[in-house]
Design a protein around this ligand. Structure first.
Ligand SMILES: Cc1ncc(COP(=O)(O)O)c(C=O)c1O
Length: 402
């Protein structure tokens, strides 16, 4: 890794992380992306913006989110100690609020008239609707019909918060189709609309910008863990859909070579079936939604129909920085099935009294698989990206608890 460029200097000016990223969009849109990048680079260094965002993180989101030592779960597994970075305790119940506040403030600063986005599990939609209500900008959320049914509590919240909800019925009617639909709407007036992408994906500068807003997670966690334990964790695990909570956690630790970083992808009904969404594990370098990254493609080379029990993880692309971190070997990517995820969801609920989001339960499941292989002197820090209220009815019905 000694020949790799400094992580802090990434991406380069064209938005590339090694061969991944960039702005694979028509020239007119490239000009608009460049405007957003310029506005972002200006605003991020303004004291007034930094102060406003820090104040909202502290008094609106409730940061810093704590790190909780899951003692009973660790004891039950009989190995490494598991610790949870509690992003589920943020206002709106997930990490998504970190970048939504940043994006909504930027949209306002740029004088945009409407903020729009896709959502899968509804967490990004709720967080964005919340941030837009706070900042005072109209908000429009595109969501697959399948996810609308599954994630109904979040749909209701978005409506209460004043967002316009656009149901998407094309194809599998999940996250990829929602991105396509939101993008189509955005292209009608990109001068005045702001597409607030929900993860570290899309054309430059979004993978950089969303990463920067999310990197508060790792910054806090590194300091908190050192204060609590006088050492850094041996492993850090986070689930990966587009990759925003994972990159937000990993960024502060990229130069700590002794800390093993693990991204956990959804193996769905099994990696040997077509019903998974393990893009980095089973995909190949390609292009999707304006960026170069690993992609799961079908036989014709189109983005594959993907599946995960967690609506926020079923995306056939992945952030360009993750694609790069996989290739250089700085992060290991593993996968967890729907069944393992459900098991972790129930274990964490019943042993620690914490109901995790199905997305976050993937990272918990990996930690539960890994912990028994180690002694009690090993520490695993899991990014608990969100809470599971939105999934409770679905899980209860699926497991016959309803
Ligand atoms: C709680 C939670 N965690 C994780 C994710 C996955 O997104 P990302 O990989 O960008 O963190 C989502 C997406 O909706 C989510 O709601």
């Amino acid at each position: 890794m000694s020949n790799t460029p400094s992580f802090a200097a990434m991406p380069n000016e064209e938005g590339f992380f090694g061969p991944y990223g960039g702005q694979l969009v028509p020239p007119e849109l490239k000009a608009i992306m460049d405007d957003i990048n310029q506005a972002y680079e200006t605003i991020r260094n303004k004291d007034s913006f930094k102060t406003e965002l820090a104040d909202l993180f502290a008094h609106y989101v409730g940061r810093p989110s704590p790190i909780f030592h899951a003692k009973r779960l660790s004891q039950k597994l009989g190995g490494a100690q598991i610790h949870l970075k509690r992003e589920d305790l943020n206002h709106t119940g997930a990490h998504k609020i970190n970048h939504c506040l940043g994006e909504a403030l930027l949209a306002k600063y740029m004088g945009k008239t409407k903020v729009l986005a896709e959502t899968g599990a509804g967490q990004h939609g709720v967080a964005l609707a919340t941030a837009c209500a706070l900042v005072g900008i109209p908000c429009e959320i595109h969501m697959g019909q399948s996810d609308i049914v599954k994630e109904h509590p979040n749909v209701t919240k978005m409506k209460i918060l004043g967002a316009t909800l656009v149901p998407v019925t094309q194809g599998a009617a999940t996250l990829k189709e929602a991105v396509d639909s939101a993008f189509e709407e955005y292209l009608k007036d990109p001068q005045h609309f702001f597409y607030a992408i929900g993860s570290v994906v899309g054309p430059h500068p979004f993978p950089k910008m969303v990463r920067d807003f999310q990197s508060i997670i790792g910054k806090e966690a590194r300091q908190q863990f050192l204060t609590q334990h006088n050492t850094l964790p041996n492993y850090i695990a986070a689930c990966v859909g587009g990759g925003s909570n994972a990159i937000g956690m990993f960024t502060a630790f990229l130069n700590d070579s002794a800390v093993k970083l693990v991204g956990v992808e959804p193996a769905g009904e099994g990696l040997n079936t077509q019903r998974h969404s393990a893009t980095l594990t089973k995909g190949k370098p390609g292009e999707i939604h304006g960026m170069a990254c690993y992609v799961l493609a079908d036989d014709e080379g189109n983005p594959a129909e993907v599946h995960s029990i967690a609506s926020g993880l079923d995306y056939p692309g992945v952030g360009p920085q993750h694609s790069y971190l996989k290739d250089i070997g700085r992060v290991d990517y593993h996968s967890v099935t729907d069944e393992e995820c459900l098991n972790a969801f129930m274990e964490l609920s019943r042993v620690e009294g914490i109901i995790p989001a199905l997305e976050s339960a993937h990272a918990v499941a990996w930690a539960m698989r890994e912990a028994p292989k180690h002694g009690s002197d090993v520490n695993i820090l899991v990014n608990l990206s969100g809470r599971g209220d939105k999934d409770a009815d679905y899980v209860a019905e699926r497991l016959g608890l309803a």
